[in-house]
Design a protein around this ligand. Structure first.
Ligand SMILES: C[C@](O)(CO)[C@H](O)COP(=O)(O)OP(=O)(O)OC[C@H]1O[C@@H](n2ccc(N)nc2=O)[C@H](O)[C@@H]1O
Ligand SMILES: Nc1ncnc2c1ncn2[C@@H]1O[C@H](COP(=O)(O)OP(=O)(O)OP(=O)(O)O)[C@@H](O)[C@H]1O
Length: 290
C-alpha cells in the first residue's frame, strides 16, 4: 500500500521505501535493583545512543523477505528468528522486504537486535504500513525494545518498560570497543552475585566534567559477572581508561562492549585510531553521544 506524504496540497510521489538508522544503545549506568518472581531483573539505567548504527531499509513486497548485509552480517539470522522480522510480524503490517545492514556486533550489550527491530517499526510507520506501538507493548520482543523505539537519552526502570526523561546530555563523544567475545545476556544475569543493589544516586549534572564525575559514582552491576565470564573485558577497560582525554571507561549492558567517554572529539578519534592499531582483532568505533 503506497503512502502519500501529507506535506502541502500537491500530490507527491509515494514513499516506496524507508531507511532508518538503528543506533547503538549504551547503558551509561546500569544498576540491578531486584528480581521479579518470573526471574526478570529490575533495572535502573541511564541509557544513551551513539551515532554508530546499523541501517534498516523497508519496502512493500509480495511476501516477507530479509537480506542481511554489511561488515557485521556473519552469524546474524536472515529469517524469522531475526528481531526485525519479528517486529514486522508483530506490527500487523502487510509483507515487506527488509534489508538490514549490520555494522554493530551481535550479542554485544549495545542492543543491536533491539535497535534494528525498533528501526523497522519506525520505517513501517513512515511508510504508513503500521502505527508506532506503545513502547511497553514491545517487551515481548526484548527488554531493550521499548527504549530503542525513540532513541534518545532516558532513564530506564522496571525490566525496561518504564522510561522517564532526563536533562539533555552534555556534548560527549564515545569510543565503543568490543574484544570479539559474544556474551549471552541470560548467562550474565545468571552469574550475578548480588541482585538487590541501590539505584542511581543523586541528580544528573549538566556540564560535561560534572556529568562524567557523577557518572563515575554510578555502576554497571553486570560488569563483575561479565568479567568472570570474559576476563578480556578487563583489558578493554584498561585500554580505554589509558587513552588521553578519556573521562570514564565502563561496560555497556551485559557486555562485552565497553565505552570510553570523551568531552572532546579529537582525542576520541585519536584513541580510536590508536586502539585499532594496537588491537586489530577488536571492533572499535567512535561517535557522538545523543
Ligand atoms: C541488559 C540490558 O541490555 C540492559 O539494557 C537489557 O536488559 C537486556 O535486554 P534484551 O537483550 O532485550 O533482553 P531480553 O531478550 O528481553 O532477555 C534476555 C534474558 O536476559 C535476562 N533479563 C533481561 C532483562 C531484564 N530486565 N532482566 C533479565 O533477567 C532474562 O534472563 C532474559 O531471558
Ligand atoms: N537484528 C539482529 N541483529 C543481531 N542479532 C540478532 C538480530 N536479530 C536476532 N538476533 C539474535 O540475537 C542475539 C543477541 O543479539 P543482540 O545484538 O540483540 O545482542 P544483545 O547483547 O542481546 O543486546 P542487549 O543485551 O544490549 O540488548 C544474537 O546472537 C542473534 O542470534
Amino acid at each position: 500500500m503506497p503512502c502519500w506524504p501529507k506535506r502541502g496540497r500537491r500530490l507527491l510521489q509515494p514513499i516506496a521505501k524507508a531507511t532508518e538508522a538503528a543506533p547503538a544503545k549504551i547503558n551509561l549506568a546500569l544498576h540491578v535493583t531486584g528480581r521479579r518472581g518470573d526471574g526478570y531483573h529490575l533495572l535502573d539505567s541511564l541509557v544513551a545512543f551513539a551515532d554508530i548504527a546499523d541501517r534498516v531499509t523497508v519496502e512493500p513486497a509480495a511476501e516477507m523477505s530479509l537480506d542481511v548485509t554489511g561488515p557485521r552480517a556473519a552469524g546474524v539470522p536472515a529469517d524469522a528468528r531475526n528481531l526485525v522480522w519479528k517486529a514486522a510480524a508483530l506490527s500487523g503490517a502487510p509483507p515487506v522486504a527488509i534489508t538490514l545492514e549490520k555494522h554493530l556486533p551481535a550479542a554485544a550489550g549495545i542492543g543491536g537486535g533491539s535497535s534494528d527491530a525498533a528501526a523497522t517499526l519506525r520505517a513501517l510507520e513512515r511508510l504508513g504500513l503500521a502505527s508506532l506501538p506503545d513502547p511497553a507493548d514491545l517487551l515481548e520482543l526484548g527488554a531493550d525494545l521499548p527504549v530503542c523505539l525513540s532513541p534518545r537519552a532516558v532513564r530506564m526502570e522496571g525490566i525496561g518498560e518504564t522510561l522517564s526523561p532526563v536533562p539533555p546530555l552534555p556534548p560527549l563523544w564515545c569510543l565503543l570497543v568490543n574484544p570479539g567475545v559474544a556474551l549471552s545476556t541470560p548467562a550474565v544475569f545468571a552469574a550475578l552475585e548480588t541482585r538487590e543493589n541501590p539505584g542511581l544516586r543523586g541528580h544528573m549534572p549538566v556540564g560535561a566534567g560534572a556529568f562524567c564525575a557523577w557518572l563515575a559514582g554510578q555502576r554497571n552491576d553486570l560488569e563483575p559477572p561479565a568479567l568472570r565470564l570474559a576476563p578480556v573485558i578487563r583489558d578493554v577497560l584498561a585500554a580505554l581508561a589509558a587513552q588521553p582525554g578519556c573521562a570514564l571507561a565502563r561496560m555497556s549492558g551485559s557486555g562485552a562492549t565497553c565505552f570510553g567517554l570523551f568531552p572532546a572529539e579529537a582525542p576520541a578519534r585519536a584513541a580510536a585510531a590508536a586502539l585499532s592499531r594496537a588491537e586489530p582483532g577488536w571492533w572499535v568505533a567512535a561517535g557522538r553521544l545523543a
